[in-house]
Design a protein. Sequence first.
Length: 508
Amino acid sequence: MKSKRLIPNLTLIVALLVQLVGIPLFPAAAQAQSTPLSVVDNFEAPLAYGVAPDNIQVGFFAAQDGNSGPTTLARSTTPPAPVPGAADGNNVLQMDFATAVWAVVIHGFENADATQWVSQDWSAYEGLSFWLYGQGAGASLFIDVIDNRNDPAQPRDDAERYSITFADDTAGWKLVQIPFANFARKDIGNGAPNDGFTLTSVHGWAFGTTTPGAATYYIDDVSVYGTAPVRPLTVGFGAATVNVKEGRTANVVVKLSKPAETEVSVNYNTADGTAVANRNYVPAAGTLTFAPGVTQQTFQVETLGNGKWQGGKSVLLQLSNPVNINLGTPAIAGLNIQEVDPYDPNLLDDFEMAPYMFSLHRDGKRDDDGGRDKDSDDAVSAAGADGRSPKAALTSLEIPAGSPLALPNQGAFERVLSVDRSGKGQSEIEFGRRFALGQNWSGTQGLNFWYYGNNTGRKVKVTLLDNQAPDPGPAGWKLVWRDEFNARAGKAPDQSVWGYEIGDGTVP
């Protein structure tokens, strides 16, 4: 059992990030005298280690980038100097780093036999405190608090990180006290929730460095201190990202930052991202009401399977109109619809998007532009530059199941390439696509596609362009189009060639 330690009235604390970002710190001695410390780790017991289900490490362990040497950790009773106020035989944690890019020592909180990853509630405290024996060489150090996981937890380390970086500016022992308000979220790409620094389900802490080289640090009495400031009552999504497999229903969690004393409510709705309502998902909207003491509600979003590979799709989730409560973080989230249908490497075109890559030639005319004619951009649109329908057009036509045009065994909706030949006197229409790079089809038997004709008896010709001549280089190239923008300032560009495009098209 570690003896009780008296904190000196005057203690110099490490200046965490003062030079870098101007974060103020509290005087260590004043905080220690006015508020009791609750020790999280004092290293008097052997360092536990184990592996929880889903191969998640718990207890004390180290990690580093692939170019760093091994990081080692052990209890020690012989640091270079005793911790101020410590009894004889006091144990500290010794950490030896051989860093190339980053290295870290982690304590993932474990149960008694180190078989489960468990959590602690730190929400009543103001900050994190520890004794640190530094080198005084200016190395960049960091402390992470490993906060809550997803609900339900994923089969991996999916805990949210909050971190603070500071410089090792003193050789010897320092008492470091960092308010939780000074930590910032760190995204390590593990799909962690993004629901704020709640501190109600802390899964561990970590100490590390990003300064290359060998260094040894000692740490003792990792503790929480103080009394937490009153946290505002807010509502937000339980996670910034929700994943669901195509064709299944997603359960979306909405949480309060703390229990409310009166009834509160918030509206929710979905909006198109890359997914399209009633094609990839069923729109959802409504109101969630939280009775006093209730901190979590859910709503559902149904996704629609289509039996074909299209890649993942996204839906925007939004909260609005909070009543008796403020919007918290995050108030906007994303629903990722994960593709479940296998990718077909032999599928060339499925026409689920507009046929931008296709060219159209009328009356058998072809320009020497590598497969596109002057009007090809107009041809794949609904109307020409003058607003009138072109003589022929290529479009992606959506066909519902049950339509006379429906394909055999199609899903609820299917898109096909439609060739609209509305003009008169056209003896021939030719359309197609040229690949930017040649494809090897030698291992296949042939080309097949569905074709809906009009039974006119006219011949349909299919042409394959094989074995393109080699590129002669710039000397053999021919200029087929250019726009010099030499008109006077303020003149609009040619709208038959140029159009407006703002944003990435994923949010209306």
